[in-house]
Design a binder for this molecule. Structure first.
Ligand SMILES: NC(=O)C1=CN([C@@H]2O[C@H](COP(=O)(O)OP(=O)(O)OC[C@H]3O[C@@H](n4cnc5c(N)ncnc54)[C@H](O)[C@@H]3O)[C@@H](O)[C@H]2O)[C@@H](O)CC1
Ligand SMILES: Nc1ncnc2c1ncn2[C@@H]1O[C@H](COP(=O)(O)OP(=O)(O)O)[C@@H](O)[C@H]1O
Ligand SMILES: [K+]
Length: 516
């Protein structure tokens, strides 16, 4: 499933109309019919429905929906919010068809009191007020209407395309429809995967209105959801002839006197995710503490300074296939020196947490690297690396991630709900698993371990990273689906949930894997 911006959606519509030859009216009819098909499955015939329609084409979709619901015998009122003469183009045509079918329009203007009075008699509201064409702050009377609808908590609200009032590409929200369900036309918009806008969507359903894929290819950047089916299809299959070396010799670098747990979790997660051989490089001051935890791992104690890395690490002797550095490493000159040495190795490198702290001192080395560099900042780390505020990052997660990954030639994992993986050539993948149980210290360390293990086992780095991010979130989902609340989950629980998550994904992919 691809994800688009508002301007891409307009370009797609234009191309479909002008180059492919479908009429705007037929697209609107398809949109309204597709939305109505979903509604007919969900709304009970006894429920009273109000369709609230605005000036633009979102309102146009609403006219089609109201006509279909009425023709199926549903008790439906169509409330037209603007004066009728403001409705233009395809929407005007859809309104004419509605009226020619013998159906009545209720005008909001002049009947504001009746509208408010009626509101409490409805069961269902179809929000066709504003779509992706919203511009600036909400104007009257939309603001008041939306506030009234939101106040009526017993109403079930279905929004068409986007909840009216939210910016389609994401950003700050002042007033917007709080939908129970949003039925999005053809492709989900960015705002469904950024916050605070995503909170207004409720359940998201995407309906196809028959736009040919060529219109998308010609007019939209590559941005897609990475879902369970994609993971099941791309998880690597272990060959019967394989041995531990087949699945990579990984190195996890981290730990310091104040933070011994992070690196242990990274290493455990890597082993649970299939790393063939794993070595942990830790400051020798903390080695005795760390070494008691994982019998399967090998150790490479490094010289310490005050419980942290002194700066030396013998990477030549270690001879590894991939490295993850950062968890619990501390922000010392010694740690910086170790990371610089790591970046000079010709193997894929994952940098997380403290290894991102001296970003400006690494940029020039990273840009020269030929093997993959994978950075996994959370929004706070991303903001610091860019010298902007966290709000700036959150407002434009997709844009910022793309610009950063392309200009530095890195794979960027911008974490958070709907983690975005961006490749060095700017392709973007939105993760669909995970829940707030992961909002706890240590979650990121676990993810780093899964990524390390997966990049050693997949042939394709993008698939490896996207699958790792998905498995991490899915493990947390599995925990809260049974036995755990979102409050009590520990990062170590997430590691323990990796086996069942991989088991279920492998089962789902089994039929596909047999065919290969
Ligand atoms: N071919 C197409 O373009 C299709 C469009 N579709 C629908 O059309 C929608 C986009 O249509 P439009 O471009 O007409 O945009 P909207 O339906 O979002 O309406 C924009 C209009 O709303 C008013 N408006 C804008 N900002 C406002 C504000 N802050 N406060 C109050 N009023 C404001 C203005 O009159 C503006 O012209 C999509 O979201 C989708 O629902 C679908 O029918 C499918 C086909
Ligand atoms: N509300 C949430 N929904 C989904 N995933 C989340 C949520 N909060 C955090 N996560 C995930 O948990 C991880 C947290 O990483 P990070 O902030 O680096 O944690 P830490 O540094 O404490 O290990 C990321 O993978 C992030 O995507
Ligand atoms: K809407």
């Amino acid at each position: 499933m691809r994800v688009v911006t508002a301007s891409e959606m307009y370009a797609i519509d234009r191309y479909t109309i002008q180059q492919i030859g479908m009429s705007e009216e037929s697209l609107m009819e398809n949109a309204g019919q597709a939305v109505a098909t979903v509604l007919l499955e969900r709304i009970q015939p006894a429920q009273r429905v109000a369709v609230l329609a605005g000036t633009g084409n979102n309102g146009g979709d609403g006219f089609v929906v109201a006509r279909v619901l009425k023709s199926y015998g549903y008790t439906t009122d169509l409330w037209l919010i603007p004066p009728k003469e403001k409705v233009k183009g395809a929407a005007k045509k859809a309104l004419e068809i509605y009226e020619n079918s013998g159906y009545e329009v209720k005008n909001y203007i002049g009947n504001e009191k009746e509208f408010i009075e009626q509101l409490r008699h409805y069961d269902v509201i179809i929000d066709a007020l504003l779509g992706i064409g919203i511009n600036g702050a909400l104007r009257s009377p939309y603001k008041e209407i939306i506030e009234k609808v939101n106040e009526a908590k017993e109403l079930v609200v279905y929004a068409i395309d986007v909840p009216s009032g939210i910016p389609a590409d994401g950003g700050a929200v002042e007033t917007a429809i709080q939908a129970d369900v949003t039925i999005t036309i053809q492709y989900p918009k960015l705002s469904a995967y950024t916050f605070p806008t995503a909170d207004y969507y409720g359940e998201l359903i995407v309906v196809d209105i028959g736009i040919p894929p060529l219109s998308l290819e010609k007019n939209a950047e590559f941005r897609r959801l990475w879902s369970e089916a994609a993971v099941a299809r791309t998880l690597p299959v272990r060959k019967r002839s394989s041995h531990k070396g087949t699945y990579g010799k990984g190195l996890v670098i981290g730990g310091s006197r104040n933070m011994t747990g992070a690196v242990i979790m990274t290493a455990k997660a890597a082993l649970r995710s299939g790393a063939g051989l794993l070595t942990m490089a830790v400051p020798d001051d903390v080695y005795p503490v760390v070494a008691t935890h994982i019998p399967e791992v090998m150790y490479h104690p490094c010289s310490s300074l005050n419980g942290c890395f002194a700066g030396e690490i013998d990477l030549i002797t270690l001879d590894v296939d991939a490295i993850a550095a950062g968890p619990g490493m501390g922000r010392t000159m010694g740690a910086k020196s170790v990371v610089q040495k790591v970046l000079c190795q010709d193997v894929p490198v994952v940098l997380d947490a403290d290894a991102l702290y001296f970003w400006n001192d690494y940029v020039s080395i990273i840009r020269e690297r030929t093997e993959a560099t994978i950075l996994t900042p959370h929004p706070g780390e991303m903001a610091r690396m860019l010298g902007v505020s966290i709000d700036d990052v959150e407002r434009d997660r997709f844009g910022i991630a793309k610009q950063f990954a392309m200009s530095n030639g890195v794979y960027l994992v911008l974490k958070g709900p709907y983690t975005i993986v961006t490749t060095p050539d700017g392709k973007q993948y939105v993760n669909t698993s995970g829940n707030p149980a992961l909002a706890k210290g240590g979650s990121g360390d676990v993810l780093t371990g899964i990524i390390l293990a997966f990049i050693m086992q997949h042939d394709n780095i993008q698939e490896a990273i996207c699958n790792a991010v998905f498995v991490h979130g899915k493990a947390a989902d599995a925990l809260v689906e049974k036995e755990h609340s979102p409050m009590d989950v520990l990062a170590t629980d997430v590691i323990e949930a990796i086996p069942q998550t991989l088991f279920s994904l492998y089962k789902k992919g089994a039929s596909y894997q047999k065919q290969r």
